[in-house]
Ligand binder design. Structure first.
Ligand code: BGC
Length: 830
């Protein structure tokens, strides 16, 4: 009895330490108070009572368009379909608005065709319309959020969201996975450009405007030419360690609330109907399974009455869950899960969970009520078929002209002038202008990720029939323009405009380990310097998803403009660059930095704060024509590769196995077992991690009874080793032979967990382990080139290595690291 009491006491103490905090999160002033809509609430309750368990679980499932037919939507009572970043309609990137709306009609019709006498509930159709209706061919693409953050213009953000909603409705879609409310703290993060700013206040203001733009201010958006918004990603996505996508946020709860939580209060107050849970974890727990943040805080404390929706298979990252089975997520408070494919198994398993009591019926009813509420309040329940929902009565060509003007204005307001030697700008239209750089004539680079495709990295100008490149924009304002990709010219120009920057990326593929631009090639810095040496003033236009460290380019520019990812309407750039015939500016610069600009290549906000390093330019900085010109002090450019060497060398085994790597083992490709209490014990393999303060030793014994493998996996996030790969990197393992190998030993490498890459490759490394003496030192190094050679993308490594043998082998491993340019490499794969 006594023991029971102590166990209970310990449980409550732990529980209260983890979940009950002294912090009070505010209550948001939600315009959707359920008691003000008694009629809807009554209908919701009636529907829930009439629905079968299978139907309810179907409503809680969101499936990718290409893995479900209209008939299946009806048969399985699916709640929502969405088109993924890379998803196409009929395998055609150029699918027309008519084709989209026709498809939407079919799915909608199926959803409202009752099965037996069950209630039929219209399906929602979602898309990542994050900078305009970017999935639809021929649309106007607006600046990514980072540029809108620079504009600080709430009305502009509202108007863009409204125009996007209208375009979506015209193509049959009614829910956008936007706005992103990420408050990015570390600009190494690949999703920095989806974030308005590092400043929670600015993100709150612009996020709220976006929600109002998408949804309108009253409760039937669809009836008013608006769509349902989805604020994402809740919570702390912009605050992960080292800016790793889907990584770990270690903030205190105070920081979490003040920095990342704030914009959600604003979005709830604007009436947002959906909130998407995030891929990241907070203090070790994945958000999709975080009951405290999802239920206690978001629903109960902040008062969110809409539905929490999942992100791409993210529930599978919760301990014990798979893509098709995860009662933990639903119990934690997830109302709908994004199960892009394999959804039949998910529905089956979830229904079983309820039948077996692993999920309560009341939780299911609450989830479905919230989904129905989002559908009622958005007007979806009463809306006619998609093709009949909305029309502005204005022709598509007129809509396009209006949207082009809106986007052009947005581009103008998003440009931030970082440097300006007197009288460089604006450029008189009669001057001879040299436009330099491949990106000057590359609309895909202007639009960035989440454009037509997911990464947006394979687009050509032909994909934007109505878009304007920077080159074309300049040519239409000035008469005497010469274009060259590398800076050569036929006759000496009066001025050169040099365009360069990052290539498109999305999500973790854009994660960086440093911010230095063209660190080794300095290609554009050299072009700028050569032009200046010939007496030609230079104007730099940087296309990028984040601030970058490019002191050399800044020094060699007479004017420098951060243009972010401006979208299809580059005329907004020439508006500011080219003067009137009288030589006057046509517009002034108004953009202000939404993020601090780094002083050093490895500087990002958290590190800068920790080491008290000031920025080169602070948040809010931005010059205009009336700024008092200060003399430019030449910036230091002597950062050599060795100064940032540490980022090209990563220790995995030191005094412990460093995060995110987890040691696991398996036999005969089965039974993945994880290191627990520093031990793995299988029939055919034992592993022990022994550590003193500074050095860990990993002893692994293969007993030779059957094939067994140890492997080092990253289960939660994707590790991007591309830059180390580009620096001739290798995986290096060192230690002592305790007993040599008597059979073949295979080294395995791979990327896993991602649909886009789920491959492993083997290399025979027996020579390192066979015929060796006891206690002899061994070193095994395998070039990262071997990954790429085996079609394994080093941008998302999921398994740093595996060692497998069916024979005997005993090792004491004392060092595992990823190292650039090691002295010698055993396996080069060249
Ligand atoms: C992203 C979300 C996006 C979803 C659907 C996920 O991988 O994290 O932001 O809405 O995919 O495309």
């Amino acid at each position: 009895m006594k023991i029971f009491f102590f166990v209970l006491l310990a449980f409550f103490l732990c529980h209260s330490l983890t979940f009950a905090s002294s912090l009070t999160w505010p209550k948001a002033n939600n315009p959707y108070q359920t008691d003000q809509y008694p009629e809807y609430e009554k209908r919701i309750q009636e529907l829930v009572e009439q629905m079968t368990l299978e139907q309810k679980v179907g409503q809680m499932t969101q499936v990718e368009l290409n893995s479900i037919t209209p008939q299946e939507v009806r048969d399985f009572h699916i709640g929502s379909i969405f088109v993924s970043g890379g998803g196409l309609l009929n395998k055609n990137r150029k699918a027309t608005m008519e084709q989209w709306v026709h498809t939407a009609d079919q799915y909608w019709k199926a959803s409202i065709t009752a099965v037996k006498n069950l209630p039929a509930i219209p399906i929602s159709f979602a898309v990542d319309a994050v900078h305009g209706h970017n999935k639809l061919f021929g649309q106007v693409i607006y600046p990514h959020n980072i540029g809108l953050g620079a504009s600080q213009n709430t009305q502009l953000v509202h108007d863009i969201a409204k125009a996007t909603a209208e375009a979506m409705l015209d193509s049959g879609m009614d829910q956008t996975f936007a706005p992103s409310l990420s408050v990015t703290q570390n600009i190494l993060w690949g999703r920095t450009y989806e974030s308005y700013s590092q400043d929670p206040e600015l993100v709150s203001l612009l996020g709220k405007s976006a929600v109002l733009g998408y949804q309108g201010s009253i409760h039937t958006p669809l009836g008013n030419g608006r769509v349902a918004a989805t604020a994402k990603h809740f919570l702390g996505d912009g605050g992960t360690e080292a800016g790793i996508d889907r990584g770990e946020n270690t903030s205190t709860e105070e920081e979490l609330m003040a920095i990342h939580g704030k914009p959600y209060i604003a979005a709830i107050e604007a009436g947002v109907l959906w909130i998407m849970a995030s891929h990241n974890s907070w203090q070790g727990q994945r958000l999709h399974g975080h009951q405290y943040l999802l239920t206690t805080i978001l629903k109960n404390q902040l008062g969110f009455v809409g539905a929490i929706t999942g992100d791409w298979n993210s529930h599978a990252q919760i301990n014990g869950c798979t893509k098709t089975h995860c009662p933990e997520a639903i119990n934690a408070g997830m109302d709908m899960l994004m199960v892009p494919y394999g959804w039949q198994d998910f529905i089956h398993n979830t229904v079983e969970d309820v039948k077996q009591g692993r999920i309560s019926e009341s939780r299911i009813n609450d989830a479905v009520s919230r989904i129905l509420r989002a559908k009622f309040y958005s007007g979806l329940m009463e809306a006619p078929k998609p093709s009949k929902r909305f029309s502005t009565g204005v022709s598509q060509s007129e809509i396009q002209q209006n949207n082009k003007a809106l986007a052009r204005k947005a581009v103008r307001e998003s440009l931030v002038l970082l440097k300006h030697d007197k009288e460089t700008l604006p450029i008189h239209p009669e001057k001879k202008i040299l436009v330099v750089g491949e990106l000057a004539n590359n609309i895909g680079a202007q639009t960035g990720g989440w454009t037509l495709g997911w990464q947006g990295d394979d687009l050509t100008n032909a994909d934007f029939p109505h878009g304007t490149s920077i080159l074309k924009a300049i040519q239409s304002e000035a008469k005497n323009v010469e274009y060259s990709t590398h800076g050569s010219f036929h006759s000496q120009p009066d001025i050169a405009i040099v365009v360069y920057g990052e290539r498109p990326y999305a999500e973790w593929l854009g994660d960086r380990r440093h911010l230095a631009f063209e660190l080794e090639s300095s290609h554009h810095a050299k072009i700028l310097e050569q032009l200046q040496a010939k007496g030609i003033p230079t104007v730099s236009i940087l296309l990028s998803g984040r601030p970058l460290w490019l002191n050399r380019e800044l020094n060699a520019s007479n004017a420098f403009i951060a243009a972010w990812l401006p979208g299809t309407e580059a005329s907004g750039i020439s508006d500011l660059l080219i003067a009137t015939p009288q030589g006057q500016p046509r517009y002034n610069f108004t953009g202000k930095l939404p993020f601090d600009w780094p002083q050093a290549p490895v500087q990002s906000k958290p590190e800068a704060q920790a080491h008290n390093v000031s920025s080169l330019f602070n948040f809010g900085y931005g010059l205009n024509y009336s700024s008092t010109a200060k003399d430019w002090k030449t910036l230091p450019t002597d950062t050599l590769l060795k100064d940032i060497e540490s980022i090209f060398n990563v220790d995995i085994l030191t005094d412990k196995i460093s995060s995110p790597w987890i040691l696991r083992a398996s036999e005969n490709k089965k039974n993945d077992v994880q290191l627990v209490n520093n031990r793995i014990q299988l029939d055919s393999l034992t592993a022990d991690l022994k550590s003193n303060n500074s050095q860990a030793k990993l002893q692994v014994h293969w007993h030779g009874t059957q094939k067994a493998k140890i492997h080092l996996d990253n289960l939660n996030a994707y590790t991007n080793y591309q830059d180390i790969f580009l620096h001739d990197g290798a995986i290096v393992i060192e230690g002592k032979i305790l007993g040599p190998a008597n059979k073949k030993v295979l080294f395995e490498m791979g990327c896993r967990g991602v649909e886009y890459c789920n491959r492993f490759a083997d290399i025979n490394v027996s020579k390192v382990f066979k015929k060796r003496k006891k206690n002899e030192h061994f070193s095994l190094s395998v070039s990262l080139h071997c990954f790429e050679k085996n079609k394994i993308d080093t941008r998302h490594i999921g398994r740093a290595f595996g060692l497998e043998t069916s024979g005997k082998l005993s090792l004491e491993i004392t060092d595992i690291r990823v190292q650039s340019q090691p002295k010698s490499v055993d396996f080069t794969c060249r």
